[in-house]
Design a protein around this ligand. Structure first.
Ligand code: COI
Length: 364
């Protein structure tokens, strides 16, 4: 397939160097945006067309746009990393492209081919490469977080797949997702809410899944927790994932267990990478059902020695404790050596400090 060409409409008002540098010195997460964005239009008659990089700015959407009423929307999260020689790279973009197509199928949106997906990131970075922060040291996980997304933009209130769709990519400089950085995060165990049900949209990266997690996330915050953990909807027994990241359990004998993909769990790119890196490190990764009772008992007996969350935004973040209606379970006694080791391996790879044995890096 020929690679799509993106027309450029440069920003007439790019951010001044001093202001951008100030933002990059302390970007937080998801608050600031680069000077440009990608846009590609799709219509049922013409397919994908009008590939462009244009100034970042508000969208004009008809109030009757399907996305505003029925939530026909999907997105991705992927990062651009600056290496020591100044070059900019991204990590396994073909996995995000593939997941974006899977999400599109589930939400009855048109599929964007993988080459155009990757090329759209490259086209944006060609303009906004100065927005990729330079890490100050090995502990610094700053990056440019890229957010491709697709929305149903046809002005029509009938419930059917939209005949008009828009794809965008925006970019936001990012530091650690959690305020405490790599400090262990507390997790709230939701008993009132479920994230996804069998046959639903759990495996798709769509806004609705995140919207559905917010009431539980509010509960989590009221309990002083940074994230919420969901159990399965059918049996209320199996651990699924957190509001915005996957979970891993480290056992004292070197097993590393993560809930298996049942269709209700997001197929995280970081999750998949951790499984691979764990094998390299001599751990024994297992994808299987893990019940909340196994978590409780494993933590109590010392069989489970660490728990960590992972995702593009969160990288690998240790879980300090699980908090429920009537319980408080400590998840780690020590310094989370396995989580820290895997985290360093992953970051070293992403920032070009170690050999890319798996061929996971793509230059932007
Ligand atoms: C990501 O990790 O990229 C996500 O989309 C999760 C969200 C919590 C930021």
């Amino acid at each position: 397939m020929p690679t799509a060409k993106f027309d450029l409409l440069p920003s007439a008002n790019p951010t001044a160097d001093a202001i951008r540098n100030d933002i990059l010195s302390n970007p937080g997460f998801g608050r600031y945006f680069s000077d440009h964005m990608v846009h590609v239009r799709w219509t049922v008659d013409a397919g994908w067309h009008g590939h462009e990089v244009r100034p970042y700015g508000p969208l004009t959407l008809d109030p009757a746009s399907a996305v505003l009423h029925y939530g026909q929307e999907i997105f991705e999260g992927i990062k651009a990393y600056r290496h020591a020689d100044g070059s900019v790279w991204t990590f396994r973009p073909e996995k995000n492209a593939e997941r974006f197509r899977r999400s599109a199928r589930r939400l009855a949106l048109p599929e964007l081919d993988d080459e155009t997906f990757v090329e759209s990131l490259r086209a944006l970075l060609a303009q906004d490469h100065d927005w990729v922060p330079t890490p100050s040291g090995e502990a610094d996980e700053c990056s440019l977080y890229l957010r491709p997304f697709m929305v149903a933009s046809e002005a029509f209130l009938g419930v059917r797949p939209s005949h008009e769709v828009d794809y965008y990519v925006i970019a936001s400089p990012a530091a650690a997702y959690f305020k405490g950085g790599v400090a262990p995060v507390s997790i709230w165990l939701s008993s009132n809410y479920k994230r996804a049900a069998p046959g639903g949209t759990g495996y798709a990266k769509c806004g609705g899944n995140y919207a559905a997690s917010l009431a539980a996330q509010k509960e989590a915050e009221a309990q002083g927790c940074g994230q919420v953990a969901f159990l399965d909807a059918a049996e209320n027994k199996w651990i699924e994932e957190l509001g915005g990241m996957n979970l891993f359990f480290v056992y004292h004998d070197g097993r590393l267990v993560t809930p298996k993909l049942t269709g209700t769990i997001l197929e995280g790119v970081t999750r998949d990478s951790v499984l691979e890196l764990a094998r390299d490190e001599g751990l024994q990764p297992e994808e299987r059902h893990i019940s909340i009772d196994e978590w409780r008992e494993g933590a109590a007996s010392g069989d489970i020695t660490e728990v960590f969350a992972c995702g593009t935004a969160a990288v690998i973040t240790p879980v300090g404790e699980l908090v429920g209606e009537d319980e408080r379970i400590r998840c780690t006694e020590g310094d989370n050596p396995v989580a820290r080791q895997l985290r360093s391996k992953l970051l070293d790879l992403q920032y070009g400090r170690s050999e890319d044995k798996h061929g996971w890096l793509t230059r932007l």
